[in-house]
Each structure stands twice: as C-alpha cells, then as structure tokens.
Design a protein. Structure first.
Length: 129
C-alpha cells in the first residue's frame, strides 16, 4: 500500500489541526484589527487614540509571533520526515561500510599461502601416519 493511498488516522487529523490552528488564530486577530483601527480613526480624545494604537501594536505583535510559530512548527514537521530518511540512509551506509571492511579482510588472505599451509599440514599428517 502506497503512503499516499492510506486512510488518515486520528493522529493525522490532529497533526493537521495543530498545524492549522496558528493560522486560524492569525485570521481571528486580523479580523479584530479592523474595529480597533476604526475606533482609532474616529476617536476624538488623544488618550483614546494612544490606547487604540497600543492595541493595534499588540495585535500586530500577536499576528507576527503566531505566524512565526506556525511556520516554525510546519518547518519542524517537515524536518522530522527528512531526519528519519537521513537516519535510515546513514544506517544503510554503516551496513555497507561493515560489508566493505569484511570484503577487505577477505581479500587480504593469500590463496598461495593457504594452499602451501594446507600441503604442509597434509604432508605432516602423512609423515605421522
């Protein structure tokens, strides 16, 4: 079964929801800026204008921080998948390295020397017999 063809589970839906919530919050905060900006525009008293301006600055700060947090979460989620693939690749490379080391050790054996040792052992056994 392909990864794309599988049925989404509760964990998948919760991950999607957690990833979407910061952007929903940004939409709500952006909608709240409109009445505060309108109140700032129509306020007659200086202190009301200062208060509404501070409110707009705070709402803008919330928007910036929430969007930054949302993008960071999505980036982190993407990196988890990439790191899993990278770790799998590194494990596979380690296995290849182990096999290469075994191959090099096998190639160190001199067939002529093994044959000579075998003949000496056979000759020793024949002499002892």
């Amino acid at each position: 079964m392909n990864k794309i063809d599988r049925i989404l589970s509760f964990g998948d839906y919760s991950s999607i929801l957690v990833a979407a919530l910061p952007f929903v919050l940004v939409a709500v905060v952006e909608a709240a800026k409109i009445p505060v900006a309108t109140a700032l525009m129509y306020a007659k008293h200086f202190w009301w204008r200062v208060l509404f301006f501070i409110g707009l600055v705070l709402l803008s700060t919330i928007t910036f921080e929430t969007m930054l947090n949302g993008f960071e979460r999505n980036f982190s989620s993407l990196n988890i998948t990439i790191d899993e693939k990278k770790n799998g690749s590194l494990l596979l490379q380690d296995k290849v390295d182990v096999l290469e080391n075994r191959k090099e050790k096998i190639n160190i054996i001199n067939l002529q020397q093994v044959d000579n040792d075998y003949r000496i052992n056979v000759q020793t056994a024949n002499n002892a017999y």
